[in-house]
Write a protein that binds this ligand. Structure first.
Ligand SMILES: [Mn+2]
Length: 344
């Protein structure tokens, strides 16, 4: 078994499908999307079928026991391997005892917990986050054969504006020298041209040297986006050993450091990458042990507070990202969020 880090630097996810679960036929639709993806990524026939079972269980649970359920099926790519990731999110009623639901799937008969036993058995990693009243997020990952995709210190999610297939928000993660570097871009407008501007930002970010200061990375992205639609861009360089994060933003990407109920904003300068930038500057902020750094586009409201959940920020970056899109996302814009949470 080799451990493959997700990733030295690559766009972390692709092939993202959002499936609203609003009737019993959604389970079949979600299963077909997931098995086609697993097949394309080279999973064995048996593993592909198991992924199909998990997705069917999750979707059936959402349909029967939850409100406003959504499934996200996507790939997570490292240099040589790709995993399948499934995220189920809903708005309630929540599971009383998530740990028991995972363990046997039966002690919660008649609730969303039914079937989580199978999800647990067949997935390589499962995380359940549930709070009465605010709903449930379940994430499951299926590793590629013979490899273990590490890298659960950062995760993001993007959701296209209602009616679009592609998302104009994109992000990337870079890991080097004990540091974690995050980039989020909201391409101006939405649709394919916004997406290509954001993908250009990802490409440039990934080509820059790992030790280059974030303000220089941002300046390079600004220069490269001149021939595109442009967008808002932010780069955060997390140095957990030094307890510091250096942040450079241009335009409207919201950024914060979250620890417990505290949310400390990080400031971007006004402008549009590719078009207007008077001065590109970076600022240093404290990064206490256990803190998370959150970057998001204006497809999420900035009004969310960590205290609106009981213990969301104790969970994994992917669960945090999924809950933020669910609870702070707006429907009339692309939504993109990236969460970095260095392991202590
Ligand atoms: Mn936007």
């Amino acid at each position: 078994m080799v451990t493959v880090t997700v990733s030295d630097c690559l766009p972390v996810t692709e092939d993202v499908a959002w499936v609203p679960v609003d009737d019993p036929t959604a389970a079949g639709r979600a299963r077909r999307i997931a098995t086609a993806l697993a097949d394309r990524l080279g999973f064995t026939e048996q593993r592909t079928a198991e992924i199909g079972i998990v997705v069917t269980e999750l979707a059936t649970n959402l349909d029967r026991h939850a409100r406003h359920g959504t499934l996200v099926v996507r790939s997570v790519r490292a240099t040589t391997h790709a995993a399948v990731e499934v995220v189920a999110a809903d708005l309630g009623p929540g599971i009383g005892d998530p740990a028991a639901a995972i363990a046997d799937g039966h002690s919660t008969a008649g609730t969303l917990g039914v079937g989580l036993g199978a999800v647990h058995r067949l997935s390589d990693t499962v995380t359940v986050f549930s709070e009465p009243g605010s709903g449930t997020v379940v994430t499951a990952r299926f590793q590629p054969a013979g490899a273990d995709l590490a890298g659960d210190d950062a995760a993001g999610m993007t959701r296209p504006i209602t009616g679009e297939e592609v998302c104009g928000d994109a992000y990337a993660v870079m890991r080097a020298n004990g540091r974690l570097r995050l980039m989020m871009c909201d391409g101006s407008g939405h649709g394919p041209l916004a997406a290509s501007a954001a993908q250009e930002a990802v490409r440039v970010f990934c080509e820059r040297p790992a030790d280059e200061p974030p303000e220089q990375v941002l300046a390079a992205i600004h220069a490269a986006l001149r021939s595109s639609r442009g967008g808002a861009v932010a780069v955060a360089d997390l140095a957990p050993a030094e307890g510091r994060v250096r942040f450079a933003g241009l335009g409207n990407i919201a950024a914060s450091v979250v620890l417990g109920d505290r949310k400390q904003g990080m400031i971007s300068v006004p402008g549009i990458a590719g078009y207007q930038a008077r001065t590109i500057r970076a600022f240093d902020h404290e990064l206490p042990a256990g803190a998370a750094v959150v970057l998001h586009s204006d497809g999420l409201t900035e009004k969310w507070r960590p205290a609106q959940w009981t213990a969301l920020f104790d969970s994994t970056p992917l669960v945090i990202a999924a809950a933020l899109v669910r609870d702070a996302g707006v429907r009339n814009d692309d939504a993109g969020v990236l969460v970095g949470k260095p392991r202590p």
